[in-house]
Design a protein. Structure first.
Length: 225
């Protein structure tokens, strides 16, 4: 039996990402979010348009996507209800947010220098994705109640850093899905993954077939930067 309902949110389980960006004064910002999905080397990030992170990304054109595991859940949760926006948006004030200029210190994470972009990486996260902004997608512009409130930021992943322990044996460019466990946001609550249920028939396709840019071309692109 199905029942028609009207939930306030539709967060049916998405990975948590800590986005590092640069504030106007050059200080680093670190913000958790989970409205995210990947396709090839592109990633779409969904934000409230008035938040500090999308403003930083639109101004500077770059960021780092730091991917935590359940081991970093307490660090991630320390960033909840904090904002680098000063003055603070009215709605965040009503929701109980506080202004916090030192996001890395609040989380207990260590900023480390990136290679191709200026925002730092978060050392404690096992995956770092250096990215550049490619396109801004306003969301809900046809709806007067949403106009100007939501934005999708399309980024290109320029460089990938992964802890060696997550790599498959003998495959230097392959992340072992049995070793990688993302932190999941599921209806405002933190979850991890359970065990693998069964082998997917999609696994018969080599991962390299999904690469949109040939490796040699990607290396040449890096060399020109």
């Amino acid at each position: 039996m199905h029942r028609m309902i009207d939930p306030g949110i539709l967060y049916f389980g998405t990975p948590v990402v800590l986005v590092s960006s640069l504030n106007e004064d050059g200080s680093p910002n670190l913000a958790p979010m989970s409205s995210v999905w990947w396709l090839g080397r592109r990633c779409l990030l969904g934000f409230g348009a008035r938040s500090k992170t999308p403003q930083n990304m639109i101004r500077t054109g770059e960021c780092v996507l730091n991917l935590p595991t359940p081991a970093q859940v307490s660090m991630v949760d320390r960033l909840a209800l904090t904002t680098a926006s000063n003055p603070m948006p009215e709605h965040k004030m009503q929701w109980g947010y506080r202004y916090e200029p030192d996001k890395f210190g609040t989380a207990g994470m260590t900023p480390v220098e990136s290679e191709l972009v200026r925002p730092p990486r978060a050392l404690e996260c096992p995956v770092h994705l250096e990215a550049t902004l490619r396109k801004v997608h306003p969301i809900g512009e046809e709806d007067a109640g949403l106009r100007g409130r939501l934005v999708g930021l399309e980024v290109h992943i320029e460089r990938v850093h992964v802890e060696e322990g997550l790599l498959a044996a003998g495959k230097p460019n392959h992340i072992d899905p049995d070793r990688w466990t993302p932190l999941i946001m599921n209806f405002q609550q933190f979850y991890g993954l359970g065990r693998r249920l069964q082998e997917s028939r999609l696994a018969s396709i080599a991962e390299s077939n999904y690469r949109m840019t040939p490796p040699a071309q990607a290396a040449q692109s890096d060399a020109r930067k």
